[in-house]
Design a protein around this ligand. Structure first.
Ligand SMILES: *[C@@H]1O[C@H](CO)[C@@H](O)[C@H](O)[C@H]1NC(C)=O
Ligand SMILES: *[C@@H]1O[C@H](CO)[C@@H](O)[C@H](O)[C@H]1NC(C)=O
Ligand SMILES: *[C@@H]1O[C@H](CO)[C@@H](O)[C@H](O)[C@H]1NC(C)=O
Ligand SMILES: *[C@@H]1O[C@H](CO)[C@@H](O)[C@H](O)[C@H]1NC(C)=O
Ligand SMILES: *[C@@H]1O[C@H](CO)[C@@H](O)[C@H](O)[C@H]1NC(C)=O
Length: 448
């Protein structure tokens, strides 16, 4: 209750801001409207402890210096004037990975993070959610979601234009001198852990270092200088952002229609049964009743289907929208099934880059080869490393859920399973028999 009147205030203020934003449509300047209206998150909401969120990744210490947006070191191609699709060569491409938790989005993020000309950010919207709506994971309140989404779009627009300072008002504690230790999962972004942003002697000079683990970056790089990071962002030819905090593709329409932004969305989907199994392991509190079900064999009467229903509904709406090929999505949307990526990582990465009109850099290829079993489409050079054998993992949920749980989930998600080509199982024997895949061969061509 503590939080709720404050939320209402935020809501009221934010709706003004958002209406204004909607009218204005996104301009190149990030306008700090939300902040001027006083929405800039202050510590208010922080008492309400977020549950899921913090677990998604907690290594948040941080970076190195300070920053301001005024001095690009090298000017990248200007946020494209309408030199429409002639040549991508001097056109900055902005990429959004639209995903949900435990759908393989970190893996997809790496396909961009490894590219030397890419500025990659891992889940910057974490800060927005934490500041505005710490309880959003439990909240299905539409008004609250709209507030969060309005702020999220605003921030995404700013970040693609490298106005990293826009993020500052959401970070707790608030960065001083544009410097923070608290950027969420900084270590997941190569640009933020490499020179010039991080000068710590980590690897070969100038080489983008592959840090053994994210904490390493945070420990060795010192506070993150957001001004410096913004300069690096500008110096890169492209930018990619991963998020699990935007529910549906239609929530991004305003950004997609802003042609100056040249935004392309890669929607990552995964069999909801696989997502469920993975979340049960990862978000132990939220999915406590599911674990109880698995342990006792009896479905708790108060089991909350909310989360898994939300996954299926959001996927279904997004994918249906995209498959209906509305004009605003032309050339801007690609659907990627995690299972396909797991089976054919290199092939899928090529398709991805081809859709984006970018070169698949050899460092991306190397990373894939190093980090997947390289099954099917790679021949030799197979190695196991930190990232587990993703192909084997994609369907191992079949060994982790009871048949009842699977049956229950696939009933709730039936239309989605059909749409995406995931087969239902009708018998426990079929569930556990991994020699036949539940993933139908389907090709989802990008809408060009
Ligand atoms: C952060 O980087 C900017 C731009 O390079 C620099 O001017 C500033 O002094 C740095 N701040 C700190 C605290 O090092
Ligand atoms: C665009 O690319 C094509 C083929 O690579 C090339 O022939 C053409 O000169 C390029 N146009 C511009 C404006 O750079
Ligand atoms: C910010 O940086 C300036 C100049 O580098 C320094 O004088 C000041 O003490 C710093 N402020 C804080 C709060 O660190
Ligand atoms: C791949 O592995 C090799 C050998 O361990 C290493 O030298 C190389 O840097 C790795 N490349 C990438 C992109 O991870
Ligand atoms: C598993 O599935 C395969 C292919 O559908 C089938 O040939 C095999 O007999 C099944 N094994 C068992 C133990 O059911």
């Amino acid at each position: 209750m503590q939080c709720s009147w404050k939320s209402m205030m935020l809501l009221a203020l934010a709706s003004i801001a958002i209406q204004y934003t909607a009218i204005r449509t996104f301009s190149t300047k990030p306008l700090s409207l939300l902040y001027s209206v006083g929405l800039a998150p202050t510590g208010h909401a922080v008492n309400c402890t977020p549950k899921d969120l913090t677990k998604v990744g907690q290594k948040t210490l941080g970076g190195s210096d300070q920053g301001c947006d005024e001095t690009p070191s090298r000017t990248p191609s200007p946020p494209s004037s309408p030199s429409l699709d002639s040549n991508n060569t001097d056109k900055r491409t902005h990429i959004l990975i639209l995903a949900t938790t435990r759908s393989g989005s970190s893996f997809v993020g790496q396909l961009f993070n490894q590219h030397p000309e890419m500025f990659y950010m891992f889940e910057p919207l974490y800060h927005v959610q934490l500041a505005l709506l710490p309880r959003l994971s439990q909240s299905r309140n539409m008004a609250e979601r709209r507030v969060m989404l309005g702020a999220a779009r605003e921030l995404l627009g700013s970040l693609y234009h490298c106005h990293l300072s826009s993020l500052e008002s959401y970070i707790r504690p608030r960065p001083s001198n544009h410097s923070t230790y608290k950027l969420f999962r900084r270590g997941a972004s190569r640009s933020l852990c490499s020179p010039p942003v991080c000068e710590a002697p980590l690897g070969q000079e100038g080489q983008s270092l592959v840090l053994a683990d994210e904490g390493e970056c945070v420990r060795r790089c010192g506070p993150l200088n957001l001004s410096l990071a913004a300069e690096v962002c500008r110096s890169k030819r492209h930018a990619a952002i991963k998020t699990v905090r935007i529910p549906q593709i239609s929530d991004l329409r305003a950004l997609i229609e802003d042609r100056r932004l040249n935004l392309k969305v890669v929607q990552l989907v995964r069999d909801p049964r696989g997502i469920l199994a993975s979340r049960i392991e990862t978000f132990r509190d939220t999915y406590r009743l599911w674990r109880l079900w698995r342990a006792t064999g009896r479905r708790p009467h108060n089991l909350d289907l909310g989360q898994i229903n939300a996954v299926c509904e959001d996927f279904l709406k997004s994918v249906s929208t995209a498959l209906s090929r509305p004009a605003w999505l032309r050339g801007r949307y690609m659907l990627l099934r995690y299972e396909d990526l797991a089976r054919f990582p290199l092939k899928k990465a090529r398709e991805l880059y081809s859709f984006l009109g970018l070169d698949l850099d050899h460092s991306v290829k190397d990373w894939i080869i190093n980090n997947t079993r390289g099954s099917s489409d790679l021949s030799s050079r197979q190695k196991f490393t930190t990232v587990r054998d993703s192909a084997a993992n994609a369907e191992n949920w079949r060994l982790k859920l009871s048949f009842d749980m699977v049956a229950y989930t696939q009933t709730a998600c039936q239309p989605l399973l059909e749409l995406l080509g995931y087969k239902r199982v009708l018998h426990p024997r079929e569930l556990r028999n991994l020699s036949h895949s539940l993933v139908e061969d389907r090709t989802f061509h990008p809408f060009l």
